[in-house]
Design a protein around this ligand. Structure first.
Ligand code: CDP
Length: 362
């Protein structure tokens, strides 16, 4: 009787911890299931083997039986050896009782929740133990599993739609490398202007692009407004775009996985990218964001001017003949007009996790 009471008390004591773990497990199972195109039950089932074995071993050990008696009664030596192993495992599980119980309970509860479709957005496991089995599949669904193979997330969209921030956060979250391709065009525009070259001369701009040293991309001032304007002028030239294509493709297929953001990533650079997202927002929202961003940096700007600039840049980027800004036909559309950055990031994660090519790398 007291054994049962102790068991019930232990269950009550550990259930909050088990529930936290169960939520994370459920989220990861569902993310892995979506990415692999399998059911949550099929993904969760093999992950219940260890908790089942541990649970049985613990029950055997704490059940008050006598190992020697069981071994004597065992029909074969193999069965006797298996009982010893289970007994030993049960002893270990009992020593690590406070870890074993939330782990076993959490996994079974999590599998049930996953099968019911609950907590699909959960992924951050607050417990470090027992999470190794998921990490490769859940929070890094498209990440680590595919890392060896190459996995490209192509993000396109107009200026100030939030694509840069989303791309950076995705890269950090999945452990992918990140390339802001706009910096390439910015660097070319800046170099050409510094050298007094004609920005409308496509061949001359192409030569600057072919000689570009990627080391210049580290220059923080490239992110400024002026460089953005210069970039959009040199980006219209086909020789410039051609010179940058191989570099971007090589980056996209690097073994660790990559996120690239720009205007033509999903359409021209990586039409075969595993994930394509087109991030947009209304010109007014984008102009407001850009104005606030610049005001926060202490720059004297006004909303009307920025809105004009945003519209002019949209027009130039969408209207040009070479690789115009447009969504790839198979891109997921993400309108961030009504979303804050956290919501936009989560929406992007869902798109990546739902990719049907978690490790194809093809
Ligand atoms: O951050 P923001 O969107 O303002 O600019 P960016 O992404 O750094 O791009 C600056 C300009 O480079 C854009 O307006 C495009 O004209 C050009 N660009 C492009 O043509 N293709 C890319 N893949 C990236 C940028």
């Amino acid at each position: 009787m007291s054994g049962w009471l102790a068991g019930l008390l232990a269950l009550a004591f550990f259930s909050p911890l088990a529930f936290i773990y169960a939520r994370a497990f459920a989220g990861r199972v569902q993310a892995a299931a979506a990415a692999r195109g399998r059911s949550a039950v099929a993904v969760a089932a093999p992950k219940l083997i260890w908790p089942l074995v541990l649970g049985c071993a613990l029950a055997l050990r704490l059940g008050g039986g006598d190992l020697a008696e069981w071994q004597e009664a065992a029909a074969s030596r193999t069965l006797a050896a298996a009982l010893s192993a289970l007994w030993l495992l049960g002893s270990l599980a009992a020593i690590l009782f406070f870890v074993t119980i939330p782990f076993v309970l959490g996994r079974f509860l999590g599998a049930l929740l996953a099968a019911m479709g609950k907590f699909s957005g959960e992924r951050d496991d607050p417990l470090s133990f027992g999470s190794r089995g998921f990490k490769r599949e859940g929070s890094e669904t498209a990440g680590q599993e595919s890392a060896r193979m190459g996995f490209t997330v192509a993000i396109d969209g107009p200026a100030a739609a939030g694509k840069g921030t989303i791309a950076q956060r995705l890269a950090a979250h999945y452990g992918f490398a990140y390339l802001d391709t706009g910096l390439l065009y910015r660097a070319i525009g800046r170099l050409a202007a510094e050298r007094g070259l004609d920005l409308d001369d496509g061949e001359a701009m192409g030569a600057v692009a072919r000689a570009l040293d990627p080391a210049v991309l580290d220059d923080g001032s490239l992110r400024g407004r002026e460089a953005g304007e210069l970039a959009s002028r040199v980006a219209v030239h086909a020789p410039v775009r051609a010179a940058l294509t191989e570099f971007q493709r090589g980056f996209a297929r690097r073994p660790g996985g990559a996120v690239l953001d720009g205007r033509d990533i999903g359409t021209v650079i990586c039409p075969e990218a595993e994930v394509k997202i087109f991030v947009s927002a209304s010109p007014e929202v984008r102009a407001r964001r850009r104005t606030d961003e610049l005001l926060a940096k202490g720059r004297a700007v006004d909303y009307g001017t920025i809105l004009q600039e945003v519209r002019a840049r949209d027009e130039r980027d969408s209207g040009r003949a070479a690789a115009p800004l447009k969504a790839a036909p198979d891109a997921a559309l993400l309108d961030t007009s009504e979303l804050d950055i956290e919501e936009a990031f989560r929406a992007a994660c869902r798109i990546v996790d739902a990719s049907p090519h978690p490790r194809s790398g093809a």
